[in-house]
Design a protein around this ligand. Structure first.
Ligand SMILES: [Zn+2]
Length: 212
């Protein structure tokens, strides 16, 4: 079996308006540190005290990590055996940063596809989610980006992506429903249009929802 490595094309993805579309992709850590110190001051904190001395730097480091996607190789293989059933990876953990409140949202992703000519290493499905998670995000956009990426890179007969996440901006403030999950989905091709495939995919992801 030959392995076809094709590296994630940063420029192509940027042109598609994906990662860094919100924060321009360049993090000025010094400026983030200054801004964090100003925020603390505005919040009435004693920034000059010893206990907060390192906080602006830590804040800058944390945001830099949360907003810097890690490139990876999207290894695909020819579907030599002509496998033509759904391939589903369930409950892949992820976390991201809500662009409206700069607070995390976290949960699990369920990804399924109906293979065409090629299949992809299962671990890569998690990497794709992580890649697009490292951005100022909304859950709907993250869901769509993962589905579009798989559709484009793998050209499968169908793709389904379901994300279930708890948003700290919802559970810690505002309506304060601890543990409430927001569910989003993006279905493409046969996973959307073929009733049996769609039902099979949704049954698998619904089962996981109830298990949690
Ligand atoms: Zn939010």
């Amino acid at each position: 079996m030959t392995v076809n490595d094709h590296r994630l094309d940063e420029l192509a993805l940027a042109a598609n308006g994906r990662v860094n579309g919100n924060h321009q992709g360049r993090i000025d850590r010094r400026a983030v540190e200054r801004a964090a110190a100003n925020l603390l001051r505005a919040l009435g904190a004693d920034v000059d005290g010893a206990s907060l001395a390192e906080t602006p730097r830590r804040v800058a480091d944390a945001y830099a990590e949360l907003l810097t996607p890690q490139p990876f190789r999207a290894t695909t293989f020819p579907n030599d055996d002509g496998y033509d059933e759904l391939i589903v990876a369930r409950a892949i953990p992820f976390h991201s940063l809500c662009m409206h409140h700069l607070l995390p949202f976290h949960g699990v992703a369920h990804i399924g596809y109906l293979p065409g000519e090629r299949i992809i290493g299962l671990s890569k499905l998690g990497r794709v989610v992580e890649y697009f998670s490292r951005d100022l995000q909304i859950q709907e956009r993250l869901t769509t980006q993962v589905a579009s990426w798989l559709q484009r890179e793998l050209e499968p007969k169908g793709v389904g992506v379901v994300l279930e996440a708890e948003h700290l901006c919802m559970s810690l403030r505002g309506v304060q429903k601890l543990g409430a999950k927001t569910v989003t989905s993006a279905l493409r091709g046969a996973v959307r249009d073929d009733a049996r495939t769609r039902q099979e995919f949704l049954a698998l992801t619904t089962r996981t929802t109830h298990d949690q």
